[in-house]
Design a protein around this ligand. Sequence first.
Ligand SMILES: *[C@@H]1O[C@H](CO)[C@@H](O)[C@H](O)[C@H]1NC(C)=O
Ligand SMILES: [Zn+2]
Ligand SMILES: [Zn+2]
Length: 359
Amino acid sequence: MKHPAILVLFCLPVCSAYPLNGGVREKDPSTDLVQQYLENYYDLAKDVKQFVRRRDSGPVVKKIREMQKFLGLEVTGKLDPDTLAMIRKPRCGVPDVGQFTTFPGLPKWRKTHLTYRIVNYTLDLPREAVDSAFEKALKAWEEVTPLTFSKIYEGEADIMIFFAVREHGDFIPFDGAGNVLAHAYPPGPGLDGDVHFDDDELWREDKSGTNLLLVAAHEFGHSLGLYHSADPTALMYPVYNPRTDLTRFRLAQDDVNGIQSLYGPPPTSSPDGPAGPTESVPPEPGTPATCDPALSFDAVSSLRGEILFFKDRYFWRRSRWNLEPEFHLISTFWPSLPSGLDAAYEVNNKDTVFVFKGK
Ligand SMILES: *[C@@H]1O[C@H](CO)[C@@H](O)[C@H](O)[C@H]1NC(C)=O
Ligand SMILES: [Zn+2]
Ligand SMILES: [Zn+2]
């Protein structure tokens, strides 16, 4: 069997930081955790047995330093509180060693149109919620590459997606609630490209359980050939961040750079733009800063009493009821709208907003 570059999301139980009742003499619980973490993600040799007694031993300190550097912590070589706290956070199970942006050997899809199929569903969410989470997650990658995705309902898709518990046919069984949340395979035929979700998790649209959109978007990054990033703002950062603002869900510039290193930017959509090979493609704009004094807008329109300010692939929505404008990706409301609009206006009596782009 071809050895899969298996990707696993770990959700380390938060309660492990909670002291056990006084009667129980536990050995330092962090020791096993740290050793396992370094073995799993930093390639610490399993035979470094002296860990428990000698956590100042050379190889261990070296690994701790490596980990601190990758995760953007202060590099002390010691298990300080920040480091221990980081180790306890839920994360993806792909090691943080080797090539960080792509898989070794650069596996990628050799075509730009990919199919996906949702083989079965979790009972935790309505089907539409699952469909929509996967659509949104794929859309995020679609927007910044020439890749397009379409859903198929039977047969073998490039990206087969299913929910399963325990053993599910790929020799990497899931483990019940908590810990491993999902895993995904890098681009290729058969099992490769596929994404499996552990159905013993409580999948949710919000943060009351495990957020399906966040996990799916990260795993699809692996399905497309991305590896982990050391940039803490990136979706491909190995540590799952449940504090991500879902209303502003988007790829970070680092994710965009990573995926474009494999597939390039999306083909230029403006029909009048020069598309010669020497044309330098403008960098994908980062997130506009709301308070930037130099901020300008592409277009502004009213809509049912609110004001919409468009900029690149984003818009602000200012309502009478809310002092703080809401900030969204245009595509989350209107998937077919392009970014970088030129003008927009509302026709009140038709309850319609016209938007313009190009000629
Ligand atoms: C979904 O399909 C997979 C693969 O065939 C199977 O292992 C799993 O049990 C199925 N899950 C559900 C919820 O039916
Ligand atoms: Zn991952
Ligand atoms: Zn699996």
